[in-house]
Design a protein around this ligand. Structure first.
Ligand SMILES: Cc1cc2nc3c(=O)[nH]c(=O)nc-3n(C[C@H](O)[C@H](O)[C@H](O)COP(=O)(O)O)c2cc1C
Length: 180
């Protein structure tokens, strides 16, 4: 498929997030594509807001972006052995929107964290969270970027050849999944 739309979801909101850098590297290595970066700076899920005011506009934008994307890339930090609340909150809101936007969507999941295991536990839990959304989550290769603050050069490029090779394969697999 020429010029597929790739939507990236960073579980870390901070400007210098290594998860966002990893997603940018993934998009670069994917090649020809239109990149859309989701804004997960959403209100906290609150059933009273949903009942009283409906789905917030920012949440509906996210759900529409997921629906419109040919593939979604998610990268989570590890906070206290789990995915970030930012990401869980976004998934909880999306689950309340109409149309099951993640259903059958090709999804690549990664993690980046300052610990040596690179958010491996957080990524496993995130993969479990995603099951009920019924996406087509790539099983391999698995990329969990440890000591993530040390893994990029000043231009934001990954410095480790092994990580690069893994990410290239993951993106090739994602392209195949889009086309299958
Ligand atoms: C509340 C909190 C909890 C954290 N818990 C973990 C952890 O369990 N494992 C880990 O490797 N790093 C942990 N960290 C460090 C993060 O991995 C680090 O802040 C990382 O850079 C976050 O990703 P980012 O660069 O995309 O923001 C924690 C950080 C915060 C703020």
């Amino acid at each position: 498929m020429p010029n597929p739309v790739l939507l990236t979801l960073s579980g870390s909101l901070r400007r210098g997030a290594t998860n966002r850098r990893l997603l940018h590297e993934a998009v670069r290595l994917f090649g020809d594509a239109t990149h859309v970066e989701a804004d997960l700076d959403l209100p906290l899920y609150d059933g009273d807001v949903e009942t009283g005011e409906g789905i917030p506009a920012s949440v509906q934008i996210l759900a529409d972006q997921i629906s419109a994307a040919d593939a979604v890339l998610i990268s989570t930090p590890e906070y206290n052995k789990g995915p970030s609340g930012v990401l869980k909150n976004a998934l909880d809101w999306v689950s309340r929107t109409d149309g099951r936007p993640f259903a059958d969507k090709p999804v690549a999941v990664m993690s980046a964290a300052s610990g040596q295991t690179g958010g491996e536990r957080a990524q496993l839990i995130l993969r479990a969270f995603l099951v009920s959304f019924r996406p087509r989550v790539l099983v391999e290769p698995v990329l969990h970027l440890g000591e993530s603050g040390r893994q990029f050069d000043p231009a934001g490029l990954l410095i480790n050849d092994q990580h690069l090779t893994t990410l290239v394969t993951l993106m090739q697999n994602l392209r195949s999944e889009i086309e299958s």
